[in-house]
Design a protein around this ligand. Structure first.
Ligand code: SF4
Ligand code: SF4
Length: 262
């Protein structure tokens, strides 16, 4: 009798996040049954009733570290995971909640909560890579399900995921969209932003918001100068670089340069 092959155990973890990225896995409607045949959904509170104990072959981690409890829990998740992949802007760059990193979090807590003494939070929202070794980062807010399936396929085939690190501009060209920044002077973060969304916003006449974070070696300083020439004032440029991926290094540094302008 042949022994049954053990399926790799998949775990999906949530930290400070909106759940949008882990829902991308459930959103893989056409591929979901096949995924279920290739991996064992061992830990995924959003989708399963029972949880299996680790160790886990692959952990997908969504969300940023914002509490002392998170900071301890991520160490346990890492210890229980053979491969750990972070998914989404929260996990890879701290997320929109990392806007607190530029301010005094105590001020936010006291103005938002009636009883701030019950709130236990860290001064900063930090990406998972600031706490533990991360084997791969999947960008986006939310991640793209096609890239997620490629990541899972690469894991099962023990190869590097084919996730291009070029900019959104290339995706714009590929779908034949006229550049709205050149043609209409609409500010667009696309030249500095990691591909993955398929350049949706420019296709609907809106500038890119940088959901996938900085591309490899982005020239944010040149883009900042271009934004200025298009008439964007200091506040607008600050907001452009400080959004979902505002704490990602390249966008953070550019926003800090904008902040220092007199
Ligand atoms: S990256 Fe965006 S979609 Fe994903 S969990 Fe964070 S806020 Fe939600
Ligand atoms: S619209 Fe934006 S993303 Fe598209 S080519 Fe122009 S600058 Fe690049």
């Amino acid at each position: 009798m042949t022994a049954l092959r053990r399926l790799p155990k998949l775990a999906v973890w949530k930290f400070a996040s909106c759940d949008g990225c882990q829902l991308s896995l459930l959103d893989c409607e056409d591929e979901l049954l096949q995924v279920g045949r290739c991996v064992e959904l061992a830990y995924f509170p959003e989708a399963t009733r029972a949880a299996l104990k680790g160790p886990y072959d692959l952990s997908l981690v969504e969300g940023s570290v914002t509490t002392p409890h998170d900071a301890e829990r991520i160490l346990e998740v890492r210890a229980a995971s053979k491969t750990l992949v972070t998914i989404g802007a929260c996990a890879t760059a701290g997320g929109i909640q990392a806007l607190r990193n530029f301010k005094d979090v105590k001020e936010f807590v006291s103005s938002v909560y009636a009883r701030p003494e019950y709130i236990e939070t860290l001064a900063q929202s930090t990406p998972i890579s600031a706490h533990v070794k991360v084997d791969f980062e999947l960008r986006g807010c939310p991640i793209h399900k096609g890239q997620l399936i490629e990541l899972l396929a690469a894991f099962l085939q023990a190869r590097t995921p084919n996730i291009p690190a070029y900019s959104v501009c290339l995706e714009c060209k590929r779908r034949g969209t006229v550049c709205i920044m050149v043609a209409r002077g609409t500010p667009c973060l696309g030249p500095a932003t990691h591909a993955g969304c398929g350049a949706i916003c420019p296709a609907y006449d809106r500038g890119c918001y940088g959901c996938f974070g900085p591309m490899e070696t982005p020239t944010t300083d040149a883009l900042n100068r271009l934004f200025t020439s298009l008439g964007m004032d200091r506040e607008d440029r600050l907001r452009a670089f400080r959004s979902f991926n505002g704490y990602a290094e390249a966008f953070r540094k550019e926003s800090e340069a904008v902040e220092k302008e007199t």
